[in-house]
Design a protein around this ligand. Structure first.
Ligand SMILES: NC(=O)CCC(=O)C(=O)O
Length: 301
């Protein structure tokens, strides 16, 4: 009987790293939000995080009525400092703290031939302050649960049209998408299987109706389907605002266990991610070798 030792697979996450989600309390004053975010990113970095995540719409209140007045042009890249303070503040946060910064999201305005389009856009920066990736929210948050919540981002926003994955230098690749995007497992599968991501990162702002039902479940589901880490980063809840964010920022491991979860208040949650845990999950439950693309199509191709 011949005994062949299987060749070890390269780890998707090349070395362990601490990731932190900053569950930020923000309000109506954009400059104050940016300054506060900078202080919290510095706090997360001082705690050892090398990848830091901010929430969806961290520089403004969340609501269709706010998108146009808070929107900043992001093109050309880099945009002028006067018109795009959030871009430059994020670049400085990454550079000053030597971290990879998945900068939540901000309202973006893009003008072409006098026509203005608005997007919900996430910017990722590297430790030198260079922009690494831009993700425009692909699935706009349009829901209507009678008597509970009606929201129509598409009244104001245009949708992005790309799957976004980004190489974080010495660590490996992550997928970045925004909030409602998490409900579409195809996006996550493409990031995980086509691009070999070690984590899926979702700046998000679920609400107090769908949050308790689906927020954690969605995070665990995407981790379980793809056997990688998932991080969800929400704003803190502000009960004086029109939209009450669920909070509960969390990090899930490749076996779909919640490693850490916030309550609704401002806080930072963090966890050490380890590529060996991904390999362990995948060799124990070897979905990667068991898919039946003769029965159904491979959406990641
Ligand atoms: N900001 C969002 O996309 C909210 C998504 C949400 O609450 C949901 O239930 O999905």
């Amino acid at each position: 009987m011949s005994t062949t030792t299987p060749t070890p697979r390269p780890l998707l996450l090349k070395k362990p790293v601490k990731l932190a989600c900053v569950q930020l309390a923000s309000g109506a004053d954009k400059a104050a939000n940016l300054a506060h975010a900078a202080a919290k990113v510095a706090e997360a970095a001082a705690g050892g995080a090398k990848i830091v995540v901010l929430p969806e719409c961290f520089n403004s209140p969340y609501g269709c009525e706010f998108f146009p007045s808070y929107a900043e042009p992001l093109l050309p890249s880099p945009p002028p400092a006067e018109s795009s303070p959030s871009f430059h503040a994020l670049a400085a946060m990454a550079r000053d703290n030597g971290v990879y910064l998945i900068g939540g999201s901000i309202p973006e305005v893009a003008e072409s031939n006098g026509d203005k389009k608005y997007y919900n856009t996430s910017l990722t920066f590297g430790p030198s302050g260079a922009l690494l990736a831009t993700h425009r929210k692909v699935h706009l948050f349009d829901i209507d649960i009678p008597g509970r919540i009606r929201f129509r981002e598409s009244d104001v926003l245009s949708a992005g049209s790309a799957v976004t994955t980004v190489e974080l230098g010495e660590y490996g690749r992550v997928g970045v998408a925004i909030c409602y995007d998490i409900r579409f497992p195809e996006l996550a599968m493409i990031a995980a299987r086509r691009d070999g991501c070690f984590a899926l990162v979702y700046p998000g702002a679920f609400n107090t109706t769908t949050g308790p039902l689906h927020w954690r479940l969605q995070g665990q589901a995407r981790a379980m389907d793809n056997q990688i880490y998932v991080a969800l980063c929400s704003p803190a809840r502000d009960t004086t605002a029109g939209y009450h964010a669920w909070g509960h920022s969390l990090i899930v491991d490749p076996m779909a266990q919640v490693l850490v979860e916030a309550d609704e208040n401002e806080t930072i949650v963090s966890a050490k991610l380890d590529g060996a845990r991904i390999e362990e999950a995948r060799s124990g439950i070897p979905l990667r070798d068991q898919r039946r693309f003769d029965v159904y199509p491979d959406v990641s191709q």
